[in-house]
Design a protein around this ligand. Structure first.
Ligand SMILES: C[S@@+](CC[C@H](N)C(=O)[O-])C[C@H]1O[C@@H](n2cnc3c(N)ncnc32)[C@H](O)[C@@H]1O
Length: 219
């Protein structure tokens, strides 16, 4: 996505929904000290927290927020313009249990207190097909290990993708990282998964007739 016009003004209108944590110069760059977010301050209550990493324009998390008012949702996105679109959607839909975090998945453990995330959603994460970028895939072993620090006991990762190779790769990485897998679907829409929420990318690929792959991973 190209940089939005008047981006900072637009972001300022959503300021109550966005958290811009202290960073050095890049939203993927490690900071030295931990700077844990206080969820009860961020959300104004102590409801359980779930997280989507790479939320895109926010269609999924906004709908999920509406469906699950008793859960707080943290939507993580590294691209500032995309993040802005997601915030604008949540604002327009009057969703009050979703907050947005402008950060890369690489540094989440510096900001999220350990073992307090009830579920992580990875929806259509970039597959980065070239081997040279393998370590950027959000199901790469290094990420799966770091998610272990975030996940609460009994928590799960729910992943969807249109990319068969990325799906196979992810299955392998979950196994290497010690996760177990359940509820695998190789064609989600044919399987009639009623509670499914379409993401922007999911709609795009579904309209092209491509099957959607889905799994749930747990420790
Ligand atoms: C292919 S899009 C999918 C968006 C949305 N989840 C959907 O299904 O429509 C992937 C998104 O992940 C974001 N992303 C990629 N790498 C990331 C990272 N390391 N940390 C946080 N977000 C990331 C991208 O900026 C992009 O918005």
């Amino acid at each position: 996505m190209r940089k939005k016009k008047h981006l900072e003004e637009k972001l300022a209108r959503c300021v109550n929904l966005i958290e811009f944590p202290p960073v050095t110069k890049d939203y993927r760059e490690e900071i030295k000290e931990k700077a844990y977010l206080d969820f009860s301050v961020l959300f104004g209550n102590d409801h359980p927290v779930q997280m989507e990493i790479g939320c895109g324009k926010g269609r999924f998390i906004t709908e999920l927020g509406k469906r699950e008012p008793g859960i707080n949702f943290l939507a993580v996105e590294v691209n500032r313009s995309v993040l802005c679109s997601a915030c604008e959607l949540a604002l327009a839909e009057h969703v009050d249990n979703v907050r947005f975090l402008h950060l890369g998945a690489e540094v989440l453990a510096k900001y999220i207190p350990p073992h307090c995330i009830g579920r992580i959603y990875l929806n259509f994460s970039c597959p980065f097909p070239k081997k040279a970028y393998e370590n950027k895939r959000l199901t790469n072993l290094r990420f799966l290990k770091s998610y272990k620090e975030l996940l609460a006991p009994g928590a799960e990762i729910h992943q969807k993708t249109d990319n068969m190779h990325f799906f196979e790769y992810s299955l392998e990485q979950y196994s290497l990282a010690g996760y177990k897998i359940k509820n695998v679907s190789l064609d989600l829409h044919a399987a009639g998964f009623e509670e499914n929420i379409m993401t922007e990318y999911e709609k795009r690929f579904t309209d092209l007739g491509q099957p959607i792959y889905r799994l749930e991973a747990y420790l």
